[in-house]
Design a protein around this ligand. Structure first.
Ligand SMILES: *[C@@H]1O[C@H](CO)[C@@H](O)[C@H](O)[C@H]1NC(C)=O
Ligand SMILES: *[C@@H]1O[C@H](CO)[C@@H](O)[C@H](O)[C@H]1NC(C)=O
Ligand SMILES: *[C@@H]1O[C@H](CO)[C@@H](O)[C@H](O)[C@H]1NC(C)=O
Ligand SMILES: *[C@@H]1O[C@H](CO)[C@@H](O)[C@H](O)[C@H]1NC(C)=O
Ligand SMILES: *[C@@H]1O[C@H](CO)[C@@H](O)[C@H](O)[C@H]1NC(C)=O
Ligand SMILES: *[C@@H]1O[C@H](CO)[C@@H](O)[C@H](O)[C@H]1NC(C)=O
Ligand SMILES: *[C@@H]1O[C@H](CO)[C@@H](O)[C@H](O)[C@H]1NC(C)=O
Ligand SMILES: *[C@@H]1O[C@H](CO)[C@@H](O)[C@H](O)[C@H]1NC(C)=O
Ligand SMILES: *[C@@H]1O[C@H](CO)[C@@H](O)[C@H](O)[C@H]1NC(C)=O
Ligand SMILES: *[C@@H]1O[C@H](CO)[C@@H](O)[C@H](O)[C@H]1NC(C)=O
Length: 486
């Protein structure tokens, strides 16, 4: 139960941050019924094992003007009770924080702890700059003031931060000879793999969970994400898939009638009267994406939703009643809060997606479960200019970190990276799903969802998940035995 709640909670944080909404405002406003399943904090005493520090970090690693030398306090967390110590060259697992408060990772993503126990490793989690308490300029308000203060908020700066901190930690612990392996999930997984490629002299390997490093223009079709959402629903139930696909047109039909909006408000039990049918459709679309991204045998979102939608066809044949029945099965019966998904100035991920992290997502007419909504770079750019006064650089990430011809490039040059995925995760469409070489490997499951393998293992985990994690362990084992030999 705790696990299920967590997955739901994390789903909001991750999907939403990758979907242009501030996590905080999202949680505050909530998404109607589903939001009532808030996370419960597990095991406060687990914190006893963790030491929380600040590192005095340089604002700008790549420039030598006066302001670059400004510093800020960057948070990192150390767990050393499993560590074998420097004389044994015991490994260091560096968790490369993503767009989130790092304490949430410590609290909820337990597989790194399993790995630390297995390999007698030191665990070091580092918070990403501009998230959590790791704010330049003294406070979030000041850090997010405008594009001048946000300008130091890039993935390149974040990687350099991690390099500085881990070298300092190693020095302090006389652990210079201990191999560092980066671990990360989602955007943090992208950082983990990029760190290995950019700083091979610091990181000896990387475990990148659900890292869509190829979800950029020209690398992954814009329909990638929504195609997987569609496949997830269709493979759960083709009739459920069709019900959802057709519901959009019925919403449009009703909305166009006099009094139609108030009928829709009533049918969907919205907390406040709807102003436009687009608001309703945006919110429903987001819910379907969240459910698909985090569907698995444990959360069971899609089977629950589709069973109710399909099952209601006997007595209730009206298509929107079927949708509402599905809704009730996953979300309960509270009223539906209509959230505004526009970008906001106080969202870190909105800034990142308005600068470097332009992940093109869209779909044409009737090619997914959603209505047509093609990716429109001009519109995207205008929104970013309006909110942040910046113009996105959609082609920068592949220039900086690669991606084109990844197999031929990395098989000649790279080594020691695990790309893990679950193919029911819509982001897996931008992941590395082929083995690039003997040591840059793709480890995926048909059944898994976003970040599933890195969550805390439990006795009820299905065999395929246990097998995936075992594979990760044995690959890391292989790297480490080579390290000892050399
Ligand atoms: C780290 O820095 C933040 C922000 O300056 C501060 O709020 C916090 O108390 C510091 N934590 C530690 C452990 O020093
Ligand atoms: C950002 O705000 C600071 C402080 O108010 C100001 O000095 C600076 O000119 C502003 N930059 C932009 C791009 O507006
Ligand atoms: C390393 O030790 C120095 C001196 O005790 C301390 O100031 C610094 O914060 C430590 N750094 C890390 C990363 O632990
Ligand atoms: C849905 O699944 C069925 C098989 O159950 C398949 O025939 C059909 O093409 C799929 N439709 C879409 C849009 O994927
Ligand atoms: C709205 O609901 C009323 C009462 O149930 C019904 O008479 C009317 O036909 C509905 N209008 C539309 C556009 O569905
Ligand atoms: C409709 O607009 C009003 C006035 O702007 C606003 O207070 C209300 O929250 C909006 N309703 C929804 C569901 O967004
Ligand atoms: C499926 O739906 C039916 C009725 O719609 C319900 O009785 C049954 O409990 C549901 N099963 C599951 C596993 O949710
Ligand atoms: C959502 O918020 C933005 C500004 O944050 C505003 O411009 C827009 O009108 C809002 N949309 C709706 C549907 O309320
Ligand atoms: C898309 O699907 C809708 C509903 O099934 C249908 O009315 C419409 O004609 C379709 N459009 C195309 C281009 O096939
Ligand atoms: C890649 O190689 C690993 C380790 O040899 C293997 O377990 C895995 O199944 C391979 N993945 C693919 C997609 O072939």
């Amino acid at each position: 139960m705790v696990q299920l709640r967590f997955l739901l909670f994390k789903s909001f944080v991750l999907v939403v941050l990758t979907y242009c909404v501030s996590g905080k405002s999202f949680l505050k406003h909530g998404l109607g019924a589903i939001n009532r399943l808030n996370p419960t904090k597990i095991n406060a005493e687990r914190y006893d094992n963790y030491e929380v520090y600040n590192y005095t970090q340089t604002l700008d690693h790549f420039n030598f003007n006066a302001e670059s030398y400004t510093t800020f306090q960057q948070r990192y967390v150390v767990r050393r009770d499993y560590w074998g110590g420097p004389t044994n060259s015991s490994p260091i697992f560096l968790y490369t924080g993503e767009e989130d408060d790092v304490m949430d990772d410590v609290e909820y993503l337990g597989f790194p702890v399993t790995l630390a126990a297995r390999f007698n490793a030191l665990l070091v989690y580092i918070e990403h700059r501009y998230y959590g308490t790791s704010m330049p300029f003294g406070s979030q308000e000041e850090a997010y003031e405008n594009s001048s203060t946000l300008g130091f908020f890039t993935s390149e700066q974040a990687l350099a931060d991690y390099a500085q901190i881990i070298l300092d930690v190693k020095k302090n612990m006389s652990a210079e000879n201990c191999p560092v392996i980066t671990i990360g999930a989602s955007y943090g997984g992208m950082l983990a793999s990029w760190f290995r490629l950019k700083y091979p002299h610091i990181a000896y390997g990387a475990y990148a969970a659900s890292a869509p490093i190829l979800y950029f223009l020209g690398l992954t079709p814009e329909t990638g994400y929504d195609s997987v959402v569609s496949k997830d629903f269709n493979s759960t139930s083709a009739s459920c898939y069709n019900t959802i696909r057709e519901s959009w047109f019925e919403i449009d039909r009703v909305a166009a009638q006099p009094g139609g909006l108030s009928n829709l408000s009533q049918i969907f039990n919205t907390c406040k009267p709807l102003n436009t049918s687009e608001d309703l459709k945006d919110n429903m679309e987001m819910h379907y994406k969240v459910m698909a991204q985090y569907d698995n045998p444990r959360s069971n979102y899609l089977p629950l939703f589709c069973n109710a939608t399909d099952g209601s066809s006997g007595e209730k044949t009206y298509i929107l009643d079927k949708i509402v029945a599905g809704w009730a099965a996953v979300g309960g019966s509270e009223c539906l809060n209509i959230h505004n998904f526009s970008r906001t100035k106080d969202s870190g991920w909105d800034w990142q997606s308005c600068t470097e992290m332009v992940m093109p997502m869209g779909h044409g007419e009737n090619d997914t479960i959603f209505q047509a909504d093609p990716f429109n770079l001009d519109k995207y750019t205008k929104e970013c200019q309006q909110v942040f006064g910046v113009t996105p650089r959609p082609y920068w990430i592949p220039i900086e970190f690669g991606g084109y011809g990844i197999k031929t490039v990395l098989e000649k040059f790279g080594s020691n990276i695990i790309f893990s995925n679950g193919l029911r995760d819509p982001y897996s469409s931008g992941g590395v799903l082929q083995n690039i070489s003997d040591t840059i490997v793709a480890v995926y499951t048909q059944e898994g969802h976003h970040c599933l393998d890195i969550t805390t293992p439990s006795d009820s985990d299905p065999d395929w998940l246990v097998a995936q994690r075992d594979k990760v362990i044995s690959i890391i084992q292989g790297w480490l035995s080579n390290w000892v030999k050399s």
